[in-house]
Design a protein around this ligand. Sequence first.
Ligand SMILES: Cc1cc2nc3c(=O)[nH]c(=O)nc-3n(C[C@H](O)[C@H](O)[C@H](O)COP(=O)(O)OP(=O)(O)OC[C@H]3O[C@@H](n4cnc5c(N)ncnc54)[C@H](O)[C@@H]3O)c2cc1C
Length: 500
Amino acid sequence: MTEVAVRTAPAKSAKTEHFDVLIVGAGISGVGGAYHLKQQCPGKSFVVLEGLESYGGTWLMHKYPGIRSDSDLYTFGYRFKPWVGPPIATAEEILTYMGEVIDENDLAPHIRYNHKITTASWSGKDNLWTIEATDGDGVKRTFTANFLWMCQGYYRHSEGYTPQWPGMEKYKGKLIHPQTWPEDLDYKNKNVIVIGSGATAATLVPAIANDCAHVTLVQRSPTYFIPGRNENEIANMLRELEIDETWIHEIVRRKVLFDQEAFTHRAVAEPEVVKEELLAGVRAIVGPDYDMATHLTPKYRPWRQRIAFVPDGDLFQTVLSGKTSIETDEIESFTETGLQLKSGKKVDGDIIISATGFNLNVLGDIAFTIDGKPLDFASTVTYRGMMFTGIPNMVWVFGYFRASWTLRADLIGDFVCRLLNQMDKKGVKKVEVALRPEDKNMPLLSWIDPENFNPGYLMRGMHLLPKRGDKPEWQHTQDYWVEKDALPAIDLDDKAFVYK
Ligand SMILES: Cc1cc2nc3c(=O)[nH]c(=O)nc-3n(C[C@H](O)[C@H](O)[C@H](O)COP(=O)(O)OP(=O)(O)OC[C@H]3O[C@@H](n4cnc5c(N)ncnc54)[C@H](O)[C@@H]3O)c2cc1C
């Protein structure tokens, strides 16, 4: 645990406590939400309930070697707090940054750690949420709140996703998922197999390879990567000129977002050209003799899944050094000593690490009821991926996949505060979104279009997620460049908002 991870507010008595706003989760979204509330709704009382022992969410709970961001911190960092480190950051650096946000804005007294929320019940009679949480001593604590701000993240924190393969029970070595990494795992001089091809595998492999006897990366199909130096030249130059960090943050952020927008458009308009460029970046490191076609050439179009940045091409360096080899193949079964691949090849390992992704988790495993009825979340329709039909006084933070998650957490922060201030101005206690007469015949579709974005955990969990319509108001478009203007311009008097 880092030194910054011990701030906590004392839990008060076990009697019901009331707050204007209750934030679920102290990850990057929840801490950001607390900041925005304090700045933009200074009169509101609020509490952040967090199930873990400290803040950070994703960055606190992942302990595997090498854990780092895959997008740059100029945009993954908050809009309001300059990032002064290298663009790609370790979990520890992100926790330190978040700790500074908590300190500088005196947010600690608002956060209760070790408070795992189990139920949330809306009463239309009282226009109030009742939230039950279990604290670290197993004591049930009850809270009431006018407004619920869900910052619970999108995947189950207690365990990752491990597919079931034939013969898994036969394997005599250790099978590990990076999400529940044993801190005492001894991989020194061991043969290690890493299953997976995403950002986690790409981070983990170079972090352990030098200590292992050998690492074999077994992937069903390759992924796109962008290798590059973990530096931002504009930031370096502006720092040399002694420009204020606030300015540097804003300028570099704009430049990163400008470049990403151009890249996204090109990936859609000319996918083959972009694909070639991405492959050329990797080829420049691995050289002409490496079998790029088999191991490093994805089958899908760029940008259907997140593209991970690989600082200094470290993953490819370990392949070149011979410490790591890649097998692009399918797993037929586990054996006593490793894996039997479909091609007939066998790979042995003392440890198998299944870097195979997440289980989607909607609403933080909280049992929701609305006026006594269990909530069927999948049957609701989303308003811009933030609010849901039939769920009053609640906003949910679901960030971007292609751009940094936090960009949306900041935009939603502004939206929630504007909505709360609007409710006060109108003197109302309840707001709900509802389909307007012109939306009645709108087709209702799955949360996200698989043609647009299709990572495994979303495909596996789509049936749990709310519906989207075919109009921008009724979907999470995943498009930061449209939403940066559209969300601040939302007309809160639109018929989609029903106040009482
Ligand atoms: C290894 C890894 C690397 C990533 N890298 C990037 C990246 O580079 N860029 C990017 O944009 N995204 C990245 N992501 C996605 C990342 O999860 C989000 O960007 C972001 O950190 C999510 O923040 P959050 O606060 O919304 O959710 P989380 O970080 O998941 O935090 C949610 C918090 O809510 C708490 N909580 C949940 N349910 C309850 C409950 N019932 N009661 C009490 N508390 C509860 C949890 O304990 C947790 O602390 C990465 C994800 C992983 C796993």
